[in-house]
Ligand binder design. Structure first.
Ligand code: GDP
Ligand code: MG
Length: 453
């Protein structure tokens, strides 16, 4: 896929539809033929030049501002030409057609960023952050994406790699001098450095987890008996009537999903069928699906009707869950709902119980705080950077390799095995910034970008 980097690529960089301005962007080794064909006069580098964009007969396709960035001082590192005309579909298409006539080909999604990556204008985590910034669904997500785009995340990874290289040099040296290997490997500073490396990896992983939540949202499942008010709660949180609410128990059968932001925290809220034994085949399937969602959730909110719940205790109310997952590490919270019909006041009752009313939308602040607290999200995003699942996996793998290596060293004093673990750990980290990333993974990452970026 990286063979045709000699081609000049062209794309409409602004969104489809009508707009005040529409931008066509070109990138390639030589913009001069395009400048000659479109503008008909030389352009001064990086200066906005009001121009007529000409067709092959010399007629005007549009007029607007032309910007020329000779390589390597450009976004892609190649020469880039930007034509800022009017934002209409036909006029922009004609402009692109004209560029194709002059020798350009249509860019694939993300191809500009891909070229920037290959020309060392940015690393892979930074390129991904551009796409994340464009796709950000909350202010917090946008802020953290900017931070990653500016290289804060990459910097942390690079520092980890540097430390790792230092330790590796030490270990490899020990292996190269077998007579002294034992002495080398028993040096206290080695184990101290390795422990520090593991701790630093764990800290970056924890931070990246927060960043991933900001990007992807926390998966929250609403579970409970029929008629507890799960669907009402989903509607109240989402601010629309996505779910059907009736007083008939067993109304919800399908799994419903809504993406909302609660106290700055993006949530993927999932409403499920009420859990009960039913003769009805459709409802049975709904309950089966509910259990599947419960198993995959970051957070489970078990909703119960306050008027039917004299003793608000999670384990008594939902023994089925605790029998099924006796060693569960999932966060399960009891939401005592319909308190407008009881004498509870809204808010936190204890660490895992919150009183709410879906009808009056009361107790929601306490719920928001609770969700933030259980995942360790502090509500402020200073120092937070956006991260993707693949980054978390790579960090986790790197940490596991380092921990294995430490165990090898402490156990058998096995220098060779430690060296191999550290090599693998470094590869994992390099995959994040793209120094060591398989082509097909790169292809997948860039192809999910928008066209013109
Ligand atoms: N008074 C009151 N009624 C509620 C509240 N939440 C839900 N309900 C009612 O309880 C019934 C069942 O609600 P629904 O959301 O369909 O429950 P689900 O089966 O758990 O999804 C409906 O008649 C709702 O109007 C609440 O906070 N207060
Ligand atoms: Mg329902």
């Amino acid at each position: 896929m990286f063979q045709n980097n000699k081609d000049t690529i062209v794309a409409i960089a602004t969104p489809t539809g009508r707009g005040g301005v529409g931008v066509v962007r070109l990138s390639g080794l030589d913009m001069l033929p395009f400048i000659a064909g479109l503008i008909g006069k030389p352009l001064i580098a990086r200066r906005a030049t009001y121009s007529v964009f000409a067709d092959s007969e010399g007629g005007a396709i549009d007029e607007g501002v032309a910007l020329y960035f000779p390589g390597p001082s450009s976004f892609t590192g190649e020469s880039v030409l930007e034509l800022q005309g009017h934002g209409g579909m036909v006029v922009l298409d004609r402009l692109v057609q004209r560029c194709v006539e002059l020798g350009a080909r249509l860019a694939r999604p993300g191809e500009f960023s891909e070229r920037a990556f290959f020309n060392d204008k940015m690393d892979l985590a930074q390129a991904e952050a551009i796409a994340d910034l464009i796709d950000a669904s909350s202010i917090e997500a946008a802020r953290s994406a900017v931070r990653s785009m500016q290289g804060e995340f990459s910097q942390l990874i690079n520092t980890l790699v540097e430390t790792m290289i230092q330790v590796r040099i030490f270990v490899e040296a020990a292996i190269d001098f077998p007579e002294e290997e034992i002495d080398f490997l028993q040096d206290k500073t080695l184990i101290v450095n390795l422990d520090k490396l593991a701790a630093d990896l764990a800290a970056v992983l924890a931070q990246a987890q927060q960043g991933a939540i900001l990007r992807d949202g926390l998966t929250v499942v609403l579970a409970g008996k029929p008629n507890a008010g799960k669907s009402s709660l989903l509607n109240a949180l989402a601010g629309n009537d996505a779910a059907i609410v009736t007083s008939v128990p067993g109304t919800t059968r399908d799994v419903l999903r809504e993406r909302i932001t609660l106290g700055g925290l993006p949530l993927n809220i999932i409403d499920t069928a009420g859990l009960r034994d039913s003769e009805n085949e459709i409802e049975q399937e709904g309950v089966r699906r509910a259990w599947k969602e419960i198993a995959g959730a970051d957070q489970i909110l078990f909703v119960a009707d306050a008027t039917e719940t004299p003793n608000p205790n999670l384990k008594d109310l939902w023994p089925e869950y605790f029998e099924l997952y006796p060693r569960s590490t999932q966060a399960v919270t009891l939401l005592l709902n319909k308190i407008d019909l009881s004498d509870h006041s809204p808010g936190k009752i204890d660490e895992t119980t919150i009183a709410i009313s879906a009808k009056n939308k009361s107790g929601f602040d306490a719920l928001a705080l609770h969700l933030q607290k259980t995942i360790g999200y502090l509500g402020h995003t200073e120092g937070l950077f956006s991260a993707r699942r693949r980054h978390l996996v790579a960090l986790q793998n790197a940490l596991t390799y380092v921990q294995n290596g430490i165990a090898q060293l402490k156990g058998a004093g096995a220098g060779e095995l430690l060296a191999e673990d550290l090599r693998q750990a470094q590869n994992e980290l390099s995959e994040i910034t793209g120094q060591f990333t398989p082509d097909d993974l790169l292809g997948r990452i860039f192809s999910s970008f928008c066209i013109g970026k």
